[in-house]
Design a protein. Structure first.
Length: 107
């Protein structure tokens, strides 16, 4: 279970050396599916596939694969700003909180 795992920030071998944001995020997000693997087919239809987040049925051209975890997401489960799924977007926002506190509130 992801929420019970300790953050990769707590497991660092060299606490004095800071890692970049992308490597910290990748360490906290488990890979669900390798890049390039197809989405799960919807067993009730002939040519539709399932969104990994909401389990709704969509044609393949409406699904996008997350660059961090590999999940296939529909338009409603997708964050266009970072080209990642909504699940990974939540983890990304948690990593961005310390950066926002240093620079002050966003306008």
């Amino acid at each position: 279970m992801l929420w019970k795992n300790k953050s990769a920030r707590n497991k660092e071998k060299n606490p004095g050396r800071e890692r970049d944001l992308l490597s910290r995020i990748r360490a906290d997000i488990p890979v669900m599916r390798k890049q390039g693997l197809p989405p799960e087919k919807d067993p009730a239809t002939f040519s539709r596939y399932q969104c990994d987040l909401c389990s709704s049925s969509f044609p393949l051209n409406e699904l996008r694969q997350c660059t961090l975890c590999g999940r296939w997401a529909c338009p409603s489960c997708w964050t266009e700003e970072y080209y990642i799924c909504n699940s990974c977007n939540g983890i990304l926002r948690l990593h961005l909180i310390p950066n926002q506190q240093k620079s002050g509130p966003r306008k």
